[in-house]
Each structure stands twice: as structure tokens, then as C-alpha cells.
Design a protein around this ligand. Sequence first.
Ligand SMILES: NC(=O)c1ccc[n+]([C@@H]2O[C@H](COP(=O)([O-])OP(=O)(O)OC[C@H]3O[C@@H](n4cnc5c(N)ncnc54)[C@H](O)[C@@H]3O)[C@@H](O)[C@H]2O)c1
Length: 263
Amino acid sequence: MNLKAPEYVQGHGLIKGKSVLITAAAGAGIGFSAATRAAEEGARAIVLSDIHVGRLEAAVAKLREETGLQQVYAKVGNVAVEEDVQALVDFAEAETDGVDILINNAGLGTSKLLIEMEDDEWNRVIDVTLNGTMRMTRYMMKIMKARGQGGVIVNNASVLGWRAQQEQAHYAAAKAGVMALTRCAAMEAAEFNVRINAVSPSIVLHPMLRKSASEELLAELESKEAYGRAAEAWEVANVMMFLASDYSSYMTGEIVSCSSQRS
Ligand SMILES: NC(=O)c1ccc[n+]([C@@H]2O[C@H](COP(=O)([O-])OP(=O)(O)OC[C@H]3O[C@@H](n4cnc5c(N)ncnc54)[C@H](O)[C@@H]3O)[C@@H](O)[C@H]2O)c1
């Protein structure tokens, strides 16, 4: 079967008037798509962050041009560095007059058999993917709690947090950690009206990912999907917008699969 993606779904003002902060937003995948969708869904201001300076500047220009939203701000930062995380959230708070929605998109993967894995590689993947999400969530929660106006955090997990795949022990462990973090942090944040949920995508193909994995593996992963194809980045971004919006007001601590394969 090959169930094709529908026509691009037009925005419906799901997050009208909200301000949004997105990490790892300057790549070719889900982060930038989420920024585009956020603008199309009525966000009043968007802060894009990424570790890559050049790509970030280009992403800001592209987002402004493609969506017409001018309140787009850039802040370079590495989610693996606590000072960067605090500087990023403080910057976003100041520029947008308060962040309503944080999208923790940053995550890093490599492919390595466990018996060949050095501690450095294991730790790097865990540090960006799990600890980075924790650092952003922890600091944003503090700020949202102090502000007292609630908020929403959407994390990006992966079906590998549930599924087994060779050469992915580090990444899968990190994403399982993101799921557990989401559930537990949500129980703490409910007290001050902050919802925290995660999307769990299966596979989104884009040029950067194609460079990092073999054609055979990517084709095999696509063929395992009931739809016979990878998701479009914007199909994952749509789920993020649902989780960021009041349409999911009675959901917190949930991990929502965006996949056409049962885990
Ligand atoms: N692409 C997929 O098939 C897929 C599947 C499941 C989950 N995910 C998850 O989705 C998220 C986005 O992945 P994507 O593949 O769509 O790419 P993306 O384009 O959304 O993100 C890539 C960007 O991340 C930035 N980045 C890398 N390390 C960073 C760091 N330490 N701090 C800040 N920015 C950093 C890069 O510079 C790059 O611009 C990741 O968390 C990934 O694990 C992706």
C-alpha cells in the first residue's frame, strides 16, 4: 500500500496570538516545519533557535518570507549547555513578552552497534536528546510557574522510545527517557497550569537524514510503515500544533504516536 500524503493542510488559527519558542529549528526537518505551521496557525511571535549560526539566519529569513510573519527572532544555542538554555529562554521571554509554547525539537542520533559504542558517543546522544530536553523543560517550567499564566511544552520523542532497532540503543534509550520525562514533568507542571506532551514520530525523510543513513535502511523503514512511506515533516508538525493548542486542553503527560506502524 502507498497511502499518499494529502494536500498541504491549511492553517486554522489553532494557536492564534500565542508566542512560540522552538529548538533545533533551522534544519530541513520537523523543527522548521513546526515553525512554519506555528506561523500559519496564527502565532504572534516565534523564536527560532539552533546550534548552527548560518542555517539559523537563513531559516529566519525564509520563515518571514514564506509566512509573512515578521515577529520572528533568532537565538543561537546548544541545548546541551545550561548557560545557552537559560540565555535562550530569557531572550525568548524578553522578545515575545512571555513564551506561551515551547517546542523541544532538538535530538541527535548516530548508528552504532552497542558492543562498538564508546562512552563519548553514548553520552553525546543522551546529552543532547534527553538532557537537552530536560534542561529546556526545567528552565521553562520555572519561568512559566513564576509568571503564573500557564503554558504548553511539546517534546519531540521517537517511536524508537518504544521499538527495538539495531545500532540505536543510545538514541532509543534517550527517547524512552524523553517519554518518561514528559510524563513525570507533566505531573509537576499541572499544579501551575502548564501542559507537557510529546509527539513520537516514526520516520521523516529529509536531505540531512538521507546523508546520515543508508538508502537501504531508509527504504526498509519506509516499507514497514502501513502507508508505505515516511511522514512529511509537516504531518508531524500538525500533531505538534494540536498538542500546543487548546484542542488538547485535557491532555498532559501523553505521548502521541505519529506513525502508521503499531509499536
Ligand atoms: N527525522 C526523523 O525521521 C525523526 C523520527 C523520529 C524523531 N525525530 C526527532 O525529531 C527531531 C527533529 O529531527 P529532524 O530529523 O526532523 O531534524 P530537524 O531539521 O528538525 O533538526 C535538525 C537541526 O537540529 C540542530 N541541532 C543539532 N544538535 C543541536 C543542539 N545540540 N542544540 C540545538 N540544535 C541542534 C541542527 O543544527 C539542525 O539544524 C529530533 O529530536 C529527532 O530525534 C526525527
